[in-house]
Write a protein that binds this ligand. Sequence first.
Ligand SMILES: [Zn+2]
Length: 551
Amino acid sequence: MRMKAFLYLPVKKMYNNKGNDGKGTYKKIMTRHRIKNVAAACLILILILNGCGAPPLTEDVQEEEPGITSMEEEPDLAYEVPVSLPNILVNQLGYITNGTKMAVFRGGEVSADFYVIKADTGETAFAGTLEKGNFGKTDDQLYYGDFSALIQPGTYYLETPFLGRSYTFQVADDLYAQVLREACRQYYYNRCGMSLTSEFAGERAHNACHTGNAVLREDISVSLNVSGGWHQDEMGSKDVVKASENIGVMLLAYELYGGAFGDNMGIPESGNDIPDILDEIRYEIEWLLKMQDPASGAVYSGVTVYEQGTGKGPVSYVEPADIEAAKAFAAVLAKFSYLYRNYENSFATDCLKASDRAWKYVELNGEKELEEADPWKFAAATELYRASGLAACHRFVTEYLSQIDSGGELDEVTFLGYVTYISTKQRVNLDLCERITKELMQTAEEISERAGSSGYLVEEGEGNEHNLKLLQNMMYLTMVDYMIANHEYDIVIENHFHYLMGRNEQAVCYIDNEGQSSYRQTDEAMGIMKQFGADSKLIFMLSEIVGGHTK
Ligand SMILES: [Zn+2]
């Protein structure tokens, strides 16, 4: 069991401080969870291996050893290759050499066998048998073809009588690391206020933008230097809360799977002995610092850029300070400070002080009574407590968790606060830690169950919102997978990646620059890397897929 020191501490405290009783309670949760998982794992294995114990798909299934077949044994493939959507759905980038490899097949008439064909020579590299899978959205029976045994690197496509061909894909090592690298680099491409040279940015190189001051929305006689940070849309607008969400997600990815992030992402800071993901986030953090009024601790909520009309160029406004921005600011500045202190202590200290000022501003100007869910204040309190031990923050955390019923669906800001609280080395309330752990595990189990019972092995739905939901689900599942090292969850996470890479109803790859059938052909807005709020979650998911296997 992989239980890292990171999360082991509070759990250990649970054992020590609560004696046998506490230990028993915790163990019970773990055991029940494990049994449930074993049962679920068995069920899925049965589904995949035996297709619910269904008889062979056709009468004339030949007992063949899967493996390399010679040209003479190749089936007759003289049918039309369809021009419409393929009925064999694959991860269009491909599969890791030693990983699980599975494709989804659909169609009224399905042959029992499928073949993996070498794209360059047309040779059959592997022959397998289809297994009955789950039903699709329209109650159509889907089939799964497992070709994990194919470990020869190369470019392939799948083929079966009646259904035609899949798009091509690769079998190779390190396929996904390059996607993670590109996902991280999106933030570099969006840097404001500095020149991006072609050495690092290729065709996205440009001169420094938005370098002039921006005027205050409330008082246009006052202007501020708020250049820097990342653009969040084509105009170059920047919102503090939105920035904070993405920083929070990426910092947690780094905290859990730091091994997935190198110092060689190809940004100007590469090679400085600080992981590039932290360098990139620091660029945004430096912009956030500009957004705070140092005297009051208030935080301007964002910068909006407008086009003024022909010839006049754009104009930038600094949006008024608001309490939500101060909470989000306090949360991520403390989080960054905590993770950055071993790299540059003085800057980390500055960040912690700025976080503390924002917290004090919130205390002074925010709601006095705790009446409803306030995820950012909760997250800020957990971060500041972990980073500085501030007693007022812990008082707020315990009061918040005791009074606010999480009840509904877990939101990602509360999630970030949860994880920080159960992983702090400061004194914690053990009952609350246990409650959080239970809620996280239950959330993960429900996500896993919904995914496992659907045709494409991710929760059912469609459209961009659905893709974003899947990415959010994978944050929760990845976190719990980190805590309990559940192999079944590893597979669920990979299945979500395969789905986004083309193993979906539309046979569309939602990741930029990959796959034969790009989202661009159907809906330009659905590219995950192009969406400021989605890319960080893709990074989170990939950090587990890439980092979880390299540890
Ligand atoms: Zn700019």
